[in-house]
Ligand binder design. Sequence first.
Ligand SMILES: Nc1ncnc2c1ncn2[C@@H]1O[C@H](COP(=O)(O)OP(=O)(O)OP(=O)(O)O)[C@@H](O)[C@H]1O
Ligand SMILES: [Mg+2]
Length: 222
Amino acid sequence: MLSIRGLHKSYGGARPRQLLRDVSLEVRRGEYVAIVGESGVGKSTLLNLIAGLDLPDGGSVALDGTELTSLDDDARTLVRRGRIGFVFQAFHLLPHLTVSQNVALPLALDGTDPAAMAERVGAMLAAVGLAAATDVYPRELSGGELQRVAIARALVHRPLLVLADEPTGNLDADTAVQILDLLREQVKANGGAGILVTHSAAAAATADRVLALTSGGLRART
Ligand SMILES: Nc1ncnc2c1ncn2[C@@H]1O[C@H](COP(=O)(O)OP(=O)(O)OP(=O)(O)O)[C@@H](O)[C@H]1O
Ligand SMILES: [Mg+2]
């Protein structure tokens, strides 16, 4: 379903370096994969490339037969909106929208009718334990609450591909378990696939298989 071939990515700037070197990955439908690796090795960069938020220097990313790397910005945005749910490491919630408006965003962009939208947003917020916080603004929330809003927003439109970047970094152990269950459940229920980037061994253990990203590439963790 997701086919990544020979990705290369370097950054210039003050610390020029080759980050991703010949990274390949096949993820089948229904599969939930964890990626681990040292801080700075390029995990978030890899997720950004998979989501089409950035382009590689070489190689390709294809989602369900659509080669994202050969599309222009607008076409990649459409694919991302419709088929990808991204839990960003830094949340990226919109400060001037309430919790429920933030979560509703992917559905609103999709033209979902208001009643269906309200129902789905309510169900997602209940699933992440934030049913009581619908009308508050992000600045009134804790780090763990922001993280849960970001997760609800990433899953609300039942995306084909879920990309979660360290989604439990700000959560207590019990909440983390709940959120990891929810992520896994949604990936399996949508019949798509999921990639979980994490530093937590417990979180990685919830995936079907674990890969390690190093400067040498992406390999099954041994
Ligand atoms: N837009 C950019 N321009 C220049 N360098 C960048 C850019 N984005 C990322 N980098 C650099 O690439 C390296 C990898 O960053 P990345 O965020 O992918 O790491 P990571 O594996 O997700 O780390 P962490 O576990 O800390 O989240 C870092 O050294 C970072 O400074
Ligand atoms: Mg990162």
